[in-house]
Design a protein around this ligand. Sequence first.
Ligand code: SPV
Ligand code: MG
Length: 431
Amino acid sequence: MKTVYTCFTTDYIHEGHLNIINECKKLGKVIVGVLSDEAMVRYNRMSSISYEERMQLVRNIEGVDEVVVQDDVMYDKVIDKYHPDYVVHGDNWLEGPMKAIRDNVEKLLSVYGGEIIDVPYTYNENVKRIDTRIKEKMGMPEYRRKRLRQIINLRPIVKTIEVHSGLTGLIAEKTIVEHNGEIDQFDAMWISSLCDSTAKGKPDIELVDMTSRFRTIDDVMEVTTKPIIFDGDTGGKIEHFVYTVRTLERMGVSAVIVEDKVGLKKNSLFGTEVSQTQDSIEHFCEKIKAAKDVQLTDEFMIIARIESLILEQGMDDALERAHAFVGAGADGIMIHSRKKDPAEILEFCDKFREKNKETPIVVVPSSFNSITEAELAEHGVNIVIYANQLTRSAFPAMEQTAKDILKYHRAQEVDDRLMPIKEIISLIEEL
Ligand code: SPV
Ligand code: MG
């Protein structure tokens, strides 16, 4: 009897899956691998049901002989363990980023003469509707809100990219790369005050009001499912901040980062070149406590941002604040620096971790951009935010195009650097 292996990543069985099982049955004993939560996250495929429920779902399919765990998108471990004669998969993995997985399987099977069977993907209206529904459901507040905490537990480091519109949201949601045999994508989105303000042509001084910032969140939420971390600036008055927290939580935002400054806020990357006032430990602790008090779910996170290194108040001050803010209820700490050298950030993380092993640490490596995600994770960092790179790459590209159209009195010269018309009109899928 030959052994046949296939892997399922779904929380709903439709005719496409049944077709795969039927094809498997014709070939021999059917083993189905169910992808673990950790592996699903890499696919941006968080499930709305538990791992056990997904296993049970597959066990109930007629013709399935054995259900096993697949804890990586790549097949090395399962092929090593089960040595299948055939690996069956929909032919949608013949191109795009999923091809990296097919290549991985092909290489593993070639060692002992196993074979891949590419089954034509069932893509009728019903299957398409179910696939889209499953995906879009993850954008509902009750799924999206808790997802940041889930990913912190599942991934070595949560990779977060700045978004400020539906379009940048789509980039965060859909960009996926295959590199060195690995598939990668962003885990979460950052609604930056700097980039949200810049997109509106306004300075980053808490001038863009909360109604407008919520509008940005809603634009992003309309077209994405990934969790959102909101840049709450100073949070303003405590009496106002509690309302902001309630709204964010209700919308399905996962976390707000609030910084320990008072008065007219200026962007941190100005450092001490402009006058900025740090809040007292006592008052900021009150702000955190008040915010934690009004929260209605256990999922939403209040992350305290420490500006001591930015304002040159020293490492001891930063650490004292971090422990005090956690004591007041903060669910995470963001430590910021505008130095090119990551040394002070790493020193902070190491010292903080000596006393506190659990509380998530967030960093924003805009200035200290030579450090890799793996190095940050080694020092106990849980969330990395690429806070402004999309905006900073788009602006010079747009400016250059504008200049060249003025220079040549026509648009032909800029055409080869533009997205083709056909692509832009089909970039956004219709419902
Ligand atoms: C933002 O992106 O708005 C931030 C990070 O707050 S920074 O600009 O580095 O202060
Ligand atoms: Mg900001």
